[in-house]
Design a protein around this ligand. Structure first.
Ligand code: MN
Ligand code: MN
Length: 327
């Protein structure tokens, strides 16, 4: 005899209508899909933190964000966007890694996973993992042409070799420019701050033409000014959104490997992301949530909500261009 479950209750046919503490967690209670057919936007975990330079733990991010994301509901109250009505959204599981302890090959395995996703016409929204994982994602989705990027972070992540490796979480966007995946002139970095060992550490951002908005300028020009700049820099080409949770002040997101005091607030982050509506968005990620430093679960909750904000503007963009234009 089958066990009694939600199928016995018509009002619970929709997974998002069931009590939020029940069931096996997927991102935002979306259906789990092992096959890539019939999906417009894939929510993907990348449980890899082999690229961190300080405290590890972000490999546990996807599982905790799945758990906290059960609090997410269907509609963005502010924008009115209902992403699950606009697009077919599924949890595609985690990018699989055969050899997680080999940094370079692990990144290539991640890229392979995303190549399959991209080949199926699916726009990915990912959860790291540390920020090194954005490079292989871009290797898949930006192979045909460079993308622009709106990047929230305390760090530019355009460093170079560190202790003999070029592929740590402080360098993905330098590598992405070198590999022809990222257009630096269509890249804006928001919230940069913190003490430095090397005054020139983010020189590559400036030299390559990225627009760097340090945290002081964020407060000088305010959220509307940041949105105007992000939209101006990204323009109307394909654009990726990358959100490192350490861009937030550690008061809002302490559970991360490389916290920097003096950041923007969760609400400011939400408003800045909402301001990206109508850009041509081709994917996004939330990285660096490290549950071992997040005993209250709040950082994972913040990560889940930031993911939802990104999903809303991406779904709006994907729906607007459905009909053949996949940039
Ligand atoms: Mn960072
Ligand atoms: Mn980063």
């Amino acid at each position: 005899m089958p066990l009694k479950n939600h199928r016995d209750y018509a009002e619970f046919a929709d997974p998002m209508a069931r009590p939020r503490y029940t069931g096996i967690p997927t991102f935002m209670r979306t259906p789990y899909a092992e096959e890539v057919g019939g999906v417009d936007i894939g929510l993907i975990g990348v449980p890899f933190d082999g690229g961190v330079t300080n405290r590890t733990g972000a490999r546990h991010g996807p599982r905790e964000i799945r758990n906290q994301s059960s609090l997410i509901r269907k509609i963005n109250q502010t924008s009115g966007i209902s992403p699950f009505d606009l697009c077919r959204v599924a949890d595609l599981g985690d990018a699989w890694l055969e050899q997680p302890f080999h940094l370079k090959s692990a990144l290539e395995e991640i890229a392979d996973f995303y190549r399959r996703v991209h080949a199926a016409g699916i726009v990915p929204i990912s959860v790291g993992g540390d920020h090194s994982v954005t490079l292989p994602i871009l290797r898949a989705i930006a192979a045909a042409r460079p993308v622009g990027m709106v990047h929230f972070d305390a760090h530019c992540d355009t460093g170079d070799d560190y202790l003999g490796s070029k592929f740590h979480h402080g360098a993905p966007f330098r590598r992405a420019v070198e590999e022809g995946l990222l257009d630096p002139k269509r890249t804006v970095q928001i919230g940069i701050r913190g003490p430095l060992n090397d005054a020139e550490i983010w020189k590559f951002s400036h030299d390559s033409g990225m627009r760097v908005i340090y945290i002081e300028e964020v407060y000088e020009i305010g959220v509307p000014g940041v949105i105007d700049e992000a939209r101006r820099v990204a323009g109307d080409g394909p654009t990726y959104v990358s959100f490192d949770v350490d861009g937030l002040d550690p008061a809002y997101a302490p559970g991360t490997g490389t916290p920097e005091v003096g950041g923007f607030s969760t609400l400011e982050a939400q408003m800045m992301i909402r301001g990206l509506r109508d850009l041509k968005l081709v994917g996004g990620d939330v990285v660096e949530v490290a549950p071992p430093f997040d005993p209250s679960g709040n950082t994972a909750l913040v990560g889940a909500n930031i993911m939802f904000e990104i999903l809303c503007v991406v779904a709006d963009s994907v729906a607007a261009r459905s009909g053949g234009d996949n940039p």
